[in-house]
Ligand binder design. Sequence first.
Ligand code: FES
Length: 94
Amino acid sequence: MIYYDKSPKNKGGYRMKIKICIGSSCHLRGSETVVKRIQELVKEQGMDEQIELGGSFCMGKCSRKVSVKVDDEIYHIGPEEVDEFFFKIIGKEE
Ligand code: FES
């Protein structure tokens, strides 16, 4: 279950910064899969111009999931939750 306090959905006009933790704890929890799937979704949705994607070393927020920072907010997601996360938090406004 992912908890969404805020939904910084891309409303256009700014470049959303997404950093995926590739530190050892997040690596063991599937960060490589998360990175690949987010890259695929960004391409599929044609959002390359609106999103700045990068990796990060340990964010100091290790949990049982992978830490993903969207602008200033850190989320914890499992590899199986990437699609849900993407469309709720990152995806374009409908
Ligand atoms: S290794 Fe990812 S937050 Fe620590």
